[in-house]
Design a protein around this ligand. Structure first.
Ligand SMILES: [Ca+2]
Length: 300
């Protein structure tokens, strides 16, 4: 994970995760609760050795999670439903039938291998109980602690939600804290000033923000992703001195707040308002509004 994410310039070549503390008197035998690893880096002066906390490679954590939906019966297809397109209320050829494999959209399709065409996706029932907005919680649980090493990326097959909160738990779902708020209008939805990760500084890199970057109305055809920007926050922590990025995890290990921030046992995606693509909701055609997610990426 380090070579892929934390060292975009240095291109660390990790030479195995063997402890070399016995050979390096200037370095501790362990860095926090990690052994110390020796690895090769490219610097402006050429190849050099550096030392840092041993870490396993980052891996696709969606292979190991348990997913729970709330309400539990919110997945489409029981009974079969027909949907209209968000951008065209007269285009109603989207069918969901839980009993037919080709027309079913169960939650596991958020985590299968994506790359085929057409995409596979989970889909909710449509927003039929207007004016109560369709709200869905998607909880991902690992039953162990996971250190995030890359951005969390959600890909929405229909429009991106107009309001959403990404939350995390560090105690197996007993308590939750927000990671990021997402809305077309942050002030209106959450009484928060809209910000982007670019507004954060080294001093404020653990601030919880509301962003409007991923909720813009009709452009969803071109950009379907909603991100939580782990890498940008890591880069803020490492600062401009890229040579120091190699010891990032060693520093993280001794900086509890930082470490806790990037560590989770569970994630919760609170979908609070589906895409409407318009200021006015078409109350006569609520089958245009629903959530559909084709992919969730969590690396750790
Ligand atoms: Ca999929």
């Amino acid at each position: 994970m380090r070579s892929a994410m934390l060292l975009p310039v240095l291109f660390a070549l990790q030479a195995g995760c063997t402890s070399v503390a016995h050979a390096m008197q200037n370095y501790p035998a362990a860095w926090g609760h990690y052994d110390v690893c020796k690895f090769q880096i490219y610097t402006e002066e050429g190849l050099a050795w550096d030392y840092m906390a041993c870490q396993p490679e980052g891996t696709d954590m969606t292979k190991y999670l348990r997913v729970a939906l709330d309400p539990p019966n919110i997945t489409c297809g029981e009974p079969p439903e027909t949907y209209c397109a968000l951008e065209n209320p007269y285009m109603c050829n989207n069918e969901c039938d839980a009993a037919t494999e080709e027309l079913a959209h169960p939650p596991e399709l958020m985590f299968d291998f994506e790359g085929r065409n057409p995409t596979t996706f989970w889909q909710s029932t449509s927003w039929k109980k207007y004016p109560k907005p369709l709200q869905v919680n998607i909880t991902l649980s690992w039953n162990k602690t996971v250190e995030l090493t890359d951005d969390i990326v959600l890909t929405f097959e229909s429009g991106r939600p107009e309001q959403m909160v990404l939350e995390k738990s560090l105690d197996y779902g007993r308590t939750w804290t927000p990671y990021q708020f997402y809305a077309t209008d942050c002030l209106d939805a959450f009484t928060m000033e809209p910000k982007t990760v670019g507004d954060l500084t080294q001093r404020t890199l653990l601030d919880i923000i509301c962003t409007e970057d991923y909720s813009r109305g009709y452009v969803w055809k071109n950009d379907k992703t909603v991100r939580f920007e782990i890498k940008d926050r890591f880069a803020l922590f490492a600062g401009p001195r890229l040579h120091n990025m190699a010891s990032l995890y060693g520093q993280l290990d001794t900086t509890k707040n930082l470490r806790d921030f990037f560590t989770i046992t569970d994630l919760r995606i609170k979908l609070l308002k589906a895409a409407t693509g318009a200021t006015m909701v078409d109350e006569n055609n609520l089958s245009r509004y629903f959530y559909a997610i084709s992919d969730i990426k969590v690396q750790g």
